[in-house]
Ligand binder design. Structure first.
Ligand code: E9O
Length: 597
């Protein structure tokens, strides 16, 4: 089925189960046999949404199974409708029971899943939902746990808890769990694709419905004063609307048009769904990235959903402040490093005109691992790509899909010989992911983000070449000018090699706030500011560079290890509590940041 964000209207209902739940760790893995799905024997309170790690001492580094439970009443007015349970994000593996019956299971920590529970419900007493979640770092998952190769750059460095990636493995129910209801015949999915013809905005809409009857039926599309009929065959219908003198969506004018889909029976409306769409196009032509036919430049950051106490969970105050600071600093974009972010963040990006590179959780891949592991990971990547595109395909803010961050195919440059079999295995893997992304969504370009010193062959499969580069930090430490020259040289080499638009999706240095030196030294605020300036200068002279995204927007929590002081990555331009470092002021001046409003 589809993954439309549930909404309340005159035909549908919505009940958010966010709030306090019962919680219990299950280190002995006894919960299933002991019937914890109906009641937890020794529960502690926990908020949903929230990661569990920052809340209780014994939960800090715990990634094994834990149980969430809550009792709920279904409002009597919902009787006669279909009732669904939707989990916004359970990181990583979840099993769900309603009234003691197992209703669904899901793998993957950052995308929603839905199950119909109409048959399981009772109406005369409370129902119980129980969700078992674990975030074990297993090699066949994505992101993978450490396999024989150790994983990505962070995996090779090591740390505790052991991960293949450089951020803390926060676990739990990270987004809302909601109940919603629909009529028996309902709108299951809507796909709106936009194009521009002259001054017209053209909106092509496909609708999938589930009918209780024969799979036929009628409906309508509405946008402003435009209307089109929908005629369903086997639950599918399509229609095109043409908006004259269209107001196109862009960062300068993020105009949204409400699009309403209805179903009808005997001339009576039986279901409706409304979403805000933006009329815009995005495409690659030669070495340029075009938005509405004009070259566009992405200024911004890699980010994390990361904040003290709430961990990786939806934190609306954080999002509102982060969008205000993006505006303050003059950025127009970010990448959802290294997993899909909350749907609220995508809705805000649509409304505020922020360009998003939308990434699946494929971080820490290493193609030196045995082929069985690669095959298992490909299946996971394909599933998460399908779910991500199903969830986010209608957001104008998403301008690029990204299928992986820093996959490795042998030792990094200068540390050993490349491994041709690993590069080959990666080529087959990424050819498949690229093909699937284009098949599911032919309207957006697709990229892969490469690590410094990693294989270059994989970039050739994609529409945009995206690279993470640290000349002056991980290499050329303490030598900013030499680093910037090496960076500029590689930009020209990559342009000559691929002739495609190029983006630098990470560049940055760890920076301790309040630590200063002149001339600049590593770890100081001056060093970060000058490092970023050198890279921005090199990019500014090269029109084929379509974006510069600093690593990272803010300091964020990592595992414990010798390369991360105090369990933090300090490459933020803002501190973890969102105070600006010197570099934030430098960027603001360069990017023309305005007020924070
Ligand atoms: C991924 C990101 O999640 N990229 C890493 C970031 C970091 O700060 C991490 O937080 O470490 C950068 C990896 C750079 C490796 C460069 C090695 C160069 C050797 C030639």
């Amino acid at each position: 089925g589809g993954l439309l964000l549930p909404q309340q209207n005159q035909h549908r209902n919505l009940l958010d189960l966010s709030g306090l739940w019962h919680f219990q760790l299950d280190p002995g893995e006894e919960g299933e046999a002991q019937g914890w799905s109906t009641a937890l024997p020794a529960p502690r309170p926990i908020p949903v949404p929230c990661s569990w790690n920052d809340l209780y001492d014994d939960a800090r580094d715990y990634l094994g199974p834990a149980w969430y439970a809550k009792d709920f009443w279904v409002p009597p007015g919902w009787q006669g409708q279909r009732v669904f349970l939707r989990v916004g994000s359970a990181n990583y593996a979840a099993r769900v029971w309603v009234g003691g019956a197992l209703v669904t299971e899901h793998l993957g920590g950052h995308l929603p899943f839905v199950v119909e529970i109409t048959q399981e419900l009772t109406w005369d007493r409370p129902n119980t939902v129980a969700i078992r979640v674990e975030n074990l770092q297993l090699p066949g998952r994505v992101p993978p746990g450490p396999g024989p190769s150790g994983g990505g750059v962070a995996g090779v460095l090591g740390g505790y808890p052991a991960t293949t990636y450089d951020f803390f493995p926060y676990a739990g129910l990270h987004r809302a769990v909601v109940l919603y209801s629909t009529p028996a015949g309902y709108i299951d999915d809507v796909t709106a694709r936009t194009s521009i013809e002259g001054t017209d905005g053209v909106v092509h809409v496909r609708v999938k419905s589930v009918w209780h009857g024969a799979g036929q039926g009628q409906g309508k599309l509405r946008l402003a004063d435009l209307e089109a009929d929908l005629s369903f065959q086997n639950g599918e219908a399509a229609a095109t609307l043409r908006v004259p003198a269209a107001r196109l969506w862009s960062p300068q004018d993020p105009h949204l048009y409400p699009l309403t889909v209805t179903l009808e029976e005997d001339g009576r409306v039986t279901d409706a769904y409304t979403l805000d769409i933006g009329l815009r196009t995005v495409e690659v032509r030669g070495d340029q990235l075009l938005l509405n036919g004009e070259p566009v430049f992405l200024k911004g950051f890699g980010k994390h959903e990361d904040f003290p106490l709430s961990g990786r969970a939806l934190n609306l105050p954080m999002w509102i402040r982060d969008y205000a600071l993006l505006r303050w600093v003059g950025a127009n974009s970010y990448r959802t490093t290294h997993y899909p972010y909350a749907e609220e963040a995508m809705l805000l990006a649509d409304r505020l005109g922020v360009l998003v590179i939308n990434e699946i959780p494929a971080v820490g891949l290493n193609f030196e691992d045995p082929q069985e592991l690669t095959d298992a990971r490909l299946a996971q990547c394909l599933q998460q790509l399908r779910e991500l595109i199903a969830r986010d395909k209608n957001h104008p803010s998403t301008v690029l899909w990204c299928v992986a961050n820093e996959p490795m195919g042998g030792p990094l440059l200068g540390t050993g010989d490349p491994v041709p079999a690993a590069v080959e295995s990666g080529l087959a893997f990424f050819r498949e992911l690229y093909g699937e992304a284009r098949r599911l969504d032919p309207t957006r370009p697709v990229t892969l983000v490469g690590v410094q010193g990693g294989p270059l062959e994989w970039h050739g499969l994609f529409d945009v070449v995206a690279i993470n580069r640290y000349y002056g930090w991980y290499t050329h430490g303490g030598r900013l000018e030499e680093g910037a020259r090496a960076f500029a040289r590689e930009l020209d080499e990559l342009h000559a090699m691929f002739g495609k638009p190029l983006m630098v999706t990470e560049f940055g240095t760890d920076t301790l706030p309040g630590v200063h030196a002149t001339p600049p030294e590593m770890w100081t605020e001056e060093y970060q500011s000058e490092f970023l300036r050198g890279f921005l200068d090199a990019a500014a002279e090269r029109p084929f560079v379509a974006g510069m995204q600093v690593w990272n927007f803010a300091d964020f929590k990592t595992g414990q290890g010798t390369s991360r002081a105090a369990g933090m990555n300090f490459k933020g331009v803002f501190t973890r509590d969102r105070r600006p470092k010197l570099a934030a002021h430098m960027l603001r001046e360069r990017w023309g940041g305005k007020g924070d409003g």
